[in-house]
Design a protein around this ligand. Sequence first.
Ligand code: HEM
Length: 327
Amino acid sequence: MKFSIKLFFLIFFVVAVSAFVGKTDNSPFDDESLSLFYYNRSCPEVEKIIHNKVKKWVDKDYTIAPALIRLHFHDCAVRGCDASVLLNHKESERWSNVSKSLRGFEVIDDIKAEIEKKCPKTVSCADIVTAASRDATVLAGGPYWQVPYGRKDGRVSIAKEAELVPMGHENVTDLVEFYQSKGLNIIDLVALSGAHTIGRSTCGSLQYRLYNYMGTGKPDPTINPKYLNFLRRKCRWASEYVDLDATTPKTFDAQYFKNVQNKMGLLHTDQILYSDSRTSPLLNALASQSGLFHHQFAASMVKLGNIQDYLSADDGEIRVNCNYVNA
Ligand code: HEM
């Protein structure tokens, strides 16, 4: 038994370290064209500009931090990290029903406008979203990691494709398969779900758990009864908001995992990470060691940010305005 625990941590450590240095088991999703030094000559101030802008926005409204982190996830989950989520036309991802509660677009526009003044036609919107989500994480009290740059902005964005992003009703197998299709593994799944340690959800995403779960006429039995009462009071309307982490909603800590252990996962997909034998050992490890959570979150965010769509015929561009492809 002792040996298997040691083995588990050894595997955990090896995967985490390899991800951290960006060499993810030679998967076809690795992108060697990205580099930490990509803008060193062409736009040396890019990180400073992004950081200052994100800080300004978060200082005004702290809820912008989780919004930016989620925007990055939704960008990378469809066609890789190519800013396809930012394109703003009627059939684009942004206009899909599942993107309705995405926010932070105006922050990216603000950053882009400033960067275009200093380094015109040089920095991609995809790189801006990636760096902004890192800075947002740090400002919320989470870990820092170095962002490799050099992503291109895609020219294609299709609303229907956004519907493939998990929205909270899935089972663990669905989630694992979705992550695998992006070159991410089960450790990434559990660690990245930890992003739900900050931010909010519309009640519409969870109301189905509160009264008549799966046609049983009863609430989802995996919800802690006190938490259920709280959610029923809080979520009278689908458009109302509720914190993803009921205990420390503004701090990027490991409390999210402890909540899930206490049957206080807000989304069904948060709670099932605790009941499935593939994910529960990982969840328990992250719940008990906040340093490990921060370390693994950083490693998994690097992998998330490196997702590229190699099957796409589009080799991308540097958009001048993040909302539209170049003329
Ligand atoms: C396991 C897959 C995931 C599912 C099923 C999921 C689902 C959701 C849902 C349903 C919401 C609330 C949407 C609403 O307003 O109704 C949400 C919010 C959020 N998600 Fe996820 N998510 C997943 C993975 C991720 C990942 C990988 C990240 C980032 C690394 C992330 C970051 C966030 C953040 C920060 C929020 C709060 C946004 C805000 O406050 O505006 N999620 N997620």
